[in-house]
Design a protein. Structure first.
Length: 159
């Protein structure tokens, strides 16, 4: 895929995900059922998150991302470590509840949440790694990572 096609595809995906988020936020199906409302709202937030990640990838493809300053990096890493600790706690509690309840609908919802938590742990570990690699102290490495890590067909033809 060449760079222009990649950028165009990202823009289309951003537009679609923003529309999905808007539609789900406006469902308002059951104001008296907080569980259904939360499930729809959660899906809307996921769509919004995906849109924002696509925007970040678009910025990356266009060379707009900058390195993280060292003091910010330390604060980021401290926050990520605390969140990992809290997620670990909630993961264990969720597993405990799943093992002890008999209601299948509740188990399915909690199992979905458990899957989210496990994906969050992977993402948080990736964020730790990205934050380490993307600091000002690593700026020369960053230039290589951000400028050359996404290989496009048109760049390979030039090189």
């Amino acid at each position: 895929m060449d760079k222009d096609a990649f950028i165009m595809q990202l823009r289309q995906m951003i537009e679609i995900k923003e529309k999905i988020s808007e539609l789900l936020m406006n469902v308002n199906c059951c104001p008296d059922n907080s569980l259904l409302e939360a499930l729809f709202h959660g899906m809307a937030l996921d769509a919004k998150k995906h849109s924002e990640i696509f925007k970040g990838l678009l910025d990356r493809a266009q060379g707009m991302n900058k390195a993280i300053e060292e003091e910010r990096k330390e604060a980021i890493l401290a926050s990520v470590n605390k969140v990992l600790e809290l997620e670990w706690n909630v993961k264990n509690q969720t597993r405990n509840v799943i093992d002890r309840i008999s209601d299948d609908k509740t188990k399915r919802i909690l199992t979905t949440i458990l899957g989210d938590i496990q994906r969050h742990e992977i993402t948080l570990k990736d964020l730790q790694s990205f934050s380490e690699e993307m600091s000002v102290d690593q700026e020369k490495i960053i230039d290589k990572i951000w400028k050359y890590s996404i290989k496009f067909d048109d760049e390979e033809e030039q090189g």
